[in-house]
Design a protein around this ligand. Structure first.
Ligand code: ATP
Length: 361
């Protein structure tokens, strides 16, 4: 039986809880699609940092490099801080170490789950945000400086936009729009920037416009990030694929998760040319950790995204069938009102939701 090695990094807080649910779903899928997932759990996270002084051991990173794909829960704890006072965020280190430049954040509405927006067209929300994940304003991480002293002091963080980094993420978004178009979706990319103010963003826009010419079947537009924040709330059903700089993407990905009810339904993937990490868009949710009520859907859907990525990479379409089976099982669980997650006002536990998916697989 064809087997895939999956490096599993559950992390901290609800990361561990939702990971257990996703692994159960993968195990149940194996006999149905005739594929094996050899999952190996590796240590990483804020708790590990508190205990050992290391958040991402070299052995874990090297296991990630060797695996076919990486499944990641969530990492970080509010009381665990690095020596400089910043949060311990190994997921950022993995993104940089493995050059995972495309942060892919799909969201859609789910029949059976309440939608925060009242407009009936909210039922049609189905979009993907692609966030550049290796440079932009996050280039400043660990490099910021405070100059001068007293009342004359100031802080400097640098935004870095390279031609290579921008072109490859724009190409990724345009290719994604092509793939979506092949499945009946719009085939439209909205580039989100702030080209009216910043040299770096005007440079980004020029590169996007240049790259878009290589994809004549895809329609495109350019938008300013402030206007996008407005339009994503006013008429999110109009969008298909969005591509944007790292910091803007960080903010907008939480905004779009809210459009469909919150972080519990927001999967994500961080994809490079050689490696990819699949993790829910949410964090460790310290406010609900340990209570068994985290919604595992985002993690389960991230596992489905992993199957789609492996399917293309290893020319194994059966894996994509597995991804569709997982999505249908989750859809059925909500549509038939078998479960209603806590973050949607229901009372279904993490285990209840995992069990409903297993039943419907
Ligand atoms: P980070 O800084 O890593 O994003 P955070 O604590 O700021 O972490 P989250 O952990 O994503 O943000 O949590 C934001 C809110 O969403 C919290 O109230 C949390 O309880 C809720 N939340 C996040 N994930 C889930 C989930 N899977 N199920 C239910 N609620 C969730």
């Amino acid at each position: 039986m064809t087997s895939y090695d999956i490096a599993v990094l559950p992390g901290d807080g609800i990361g561990i809880e939702v990971m257990n649910a996703a692994l159960e779903v993968l195990r149940a899928l194996e006999p149905r699609i005739g594929r094996k997932f050899t999952t190996t759990v590796h240590p990483a996270g804020a708790q590990l940092y508190a205990e050992t002084g290391t958040a991402l051991p070299d052995s874990t990173l090297s296991a990630c490099r060797k695996a076919h794909a990486i499944l990641f829960g969530a990492m970080g704890l509010p009381h665990v801080r690095a020596k400089d006072g910043t949060e311990v965020i190994p997921q950022l280190d993995i993104r940089f170490a493995l050059d995972l430049y495309a942060g892919v954040r799909p969201i859609r509405t789910w029949q059976g789950l309440p939608v925060p927006l009242r407009d009936p067209r909210a039922a049609e929300i189905d979009l993907v945000l692609v966030r550049e994940s290796t440079e932009g304003l996050f280039f400043a991480r660990g490099r910021g400086t405070i100059e001068g002293s007293g009342g004359d002091s100031y802080a400097l963080d640098t935004m870095k936009i390279t031609h290579k980094g921008t072109a490859r993420v724009c190409d990724f978004a345009l290719r994604l729009a092509e793939q979506r178009k092949a499945t009946g979706k719009r085939g439209h990319v909205t580039n989100v920037d702030k080209a009216n103010v910043f040299t770096s963003m005007a440079y980004w826009r020029d590169i996007f416009v240049e790259r878009a010419k290589e994809f004549p079947a895809i329609t495109t537009e350019n938008a300013y990030v402030d206007a996008m924040a407005l339009n994503l709330v006013m008429k999110p059903w109009q969008y298909d694929v969005l591509v944007t700089e790292n910091m803007f993407g960080d903010i907008l990905s939480d905004l779009i998760a809210a459009l469909v009810g919150g972080m519990g339904m927001a999967p994500s993937a961080d994809i490079g040319d050689e490696h990819a990490v699949f993790q829910p868009a949410h964090g460790t949710a310290p406010d609900i950790a340990g209570r068994g009520i985290a919604n595992p859907s985002a993690m389960i859907l991230s596992a489905a995204m992993m199957l789609d990525w492996l399917a293309v990479r290893h020319d194994d379409p059966t894996l994509a069938d597995g991804a569709r089976a997982i999505e249908s099982a989750l859809q059925k669980s909500f549509a038939q009102k078998e479960v209603m997650p806590f973050d949607f006002g229901g009372s279904s536990t993490t285990t209840d939701i995992a069990n409903a998916v297993l039943r419907n697989l």
